[in-house]
Write a protein that binds this ligand. Structure first.
Ligand code: SAM
Length: 211
């Protein structure tokens, strides 16, 4: 959880967002108990926003860069139209095993595929067009994930990138990840190929479409 938005405001937003099924809360609790870095899980507000994007876009193919516990993949899969699928990319086997277990126990196992390995290689191997790409992995990889996603983005597709405010660190970067993200935010804002909306939801979510 980010400190960017006051914690009481975050709690208020979560309390006024339609909750997911109880199984998602159990996944969240188990990830907190079993996995490293449980704060990486996107949570109910970003999850519901992603699910709503899927609802509106009716995508055939959603690509997620960074599976972690499978929370956001399951959130997005819940709103897929018939025949739609989520392909989610994960480098860490412990995280992928955890996510696969929860995906198998969900009603959406036939719509979600975890591809293990470095995301950039997996993106290169995937056929487009991508209707929605959720970028949520190592921050120094974002510039490459963005270019790989844009190259295969459907004409009406969207890219959503998480943690783009870095808890406010993009304002005065003091780590490599903050610097990469600050430079990328500047590049996106000036990128003539796209239209960009920098949302201040949670830790910053940037939504990008073709111009
Ligand atoms: C922030 S978490 C993803 C959270 C998940 N999208 C959610 O919202 O619940 C980032 C994940 O990206 C994975 N990751 C980091 N570097 C990666 C890479 N080069 N390729 C694929 N996955 C990577 C991490 O192992 C971690 O599970």
């Amino acid at each position: 959880m980010s400190d960017l938005v006051r914690s009481d405001v975050e709690a208020y937003a979560a309390a006024h967002t339609t909750p997911f099924a109880a199984s998602m809360e159990r996944l969240h609790a188990e990830a907190t108990a079993e996995l490293a870095y449980p704060q990486m899980l996107s949570g109910p507000v970003v999850g519901r926003l992603l699910e709503t994007l899927v609802f509106a876009l009716r995508p055939k193919l959603v690509v997620e860069v960074g599976t972690y516990a499978g929370y956001s993949a399951l959130a997005m899969a819940a709103a897929l139209p018939p025949g739609g699928r989520v392909v989610t990319l994960e480098i860490d086997d412990t995280n992928a095993d955890f996510a696969q277990r929860h995906i198998d126990a969900s009603p959406f196992a036939d719509r979600i595929e975890i591809v293990r390995g470095p995301a950039l290689e997996s993106l290169a191997a995937l056929d487009g067009p991508f209707d929605l790409v959720f970028i949520d992995a190592d921050k120094t990889g974002y510039p490459d994930y963005y270019e790989a996603a844009l190259a295969k983005l459907a004409p009406t597709g969207l890219i959503a990138a998480d943690n783009t405010l870095r808890d406010g660190g993009v304002l005065a970067p003091d780590s490599e990840s903050d610097r990469v993200m600050a430079q990328l935010n500047d590049r996106w804002a000036a990128d003539e190929r796209v239209i960009v909306t920098q949302l201040t939801v949670r830790d910053g979510l940037t939504v990008i479409r073709r111009r």
